[in-house]
Design a protein around this ligand. Structure first.
Ligand SMILES: C[S@@+](CC[C@H](N)C(=O)[O-])C[C@H]1O[C@@H](n2cnc3c(N)ncnc32)[C@H](O)[C@@H]1O
Length: 213
């Protein structure tokens, strides 16, 4: 059970995270897209999609580390996680709070040249980016970059505040992606739904393997 002092430290750090978020949102509302960080419940559902023994994971849009914390809580080694964050203040704090995790201060749509794993090396991309608020052109650039990073069978995990998939259908179709709904978390402000995107060919191959047994 958590001690009283660690519970107090947790409360203080989450109050600090709320203030940092609010400050970032006031400066760049479209980029930050929320006035509060994700809840641990949402972080746990996102993180349940990774295999802690399955190799490299990339996180897009680390913010104050709400998802990062839950990804590491799965037991994934710190050296197997890389986090992309465009906001320099958030990137600096992530480096301070998550020693041993590689923090890349860059736009998610242009990260391939700066990550350690490179093309086709990642089991999963966990995204906290505000995809729904982005243009189709930017959505396409970001998700194309994610699938350049992902190995065959790899998944792009995205939450959204809408019950509908966050990626425009025309963008998903052009990239030949299939989408599945993982679940909805009502204990989040606002309630959020998690979706998993995979290459349509990978989904078909997995379905036919399951049918064979
Ligand atoms: C809705 S917040 C989510 C933060 C955190 N993952 C969470 O769930 O609480 C979106 C984050 O994505 C970052 N971001 C927005 N556009 C980005 C981009 N193109 N590349 C990298 N980070 C971006 C913002 O600075 C912000 O920290």
């Amino acid at each position: 059970m958590a001690s009283k002092s660690s519970a107090l430290t947790d409360r203080r750090s989450s109050a600090g995270d709320y203030l940092k978020f609010l400050h970032a949102w006031l400066r760049k509302p479209r980029q930050t897209a929320s006035i509060v960080p994700s809840s641990p419940h949402l972080g746990r559902l996102m993180a349940s999609q990774i295999d802690p023994q399955g190799g490299l994971v990339m996180e897009f849009g680390g913010g104050t580390g709400a998802l990062t914390r839950q990804i590491l809580a799965t037991g994934l080694p710190r050296t197997h996680l890389e986090v992309v964050e465009i906001n320099p203040g958030f990137a600096r704090n992530l480096r301070r709070d998550f020693a041993g995790v590689s923090i890349i201060e860059a736009p998610a749509q242009a990260v391939l040249g700066q990550c350690t794993g490179g093309e086709g090396a990642y089991q999963c991309v966990i995204s906290g980016l505000p995809l729904l608020a982005m243009s189709k052109t930017l959505q396409s650039a970001i998700v194309s970059e994610a699938f350049r990073l992902l190995r065959p069978g790899g998944a792009f995990i995205q939450f959204t505040y809408s019950p509908r998939p966050p990626l425009a259908e025309s963008v998903a179709d052009a990239l030949d992606l299939g989408v599945e709904r993982i679940g909805t978390i009502v204990r989040n402000v606002p309630p959020a739904t998690v979706f998993r995107y995979r290459r349509a060919a990978d989904i078909a191959a997995m379905d036919s393997t399951q049918l064979a047994f």
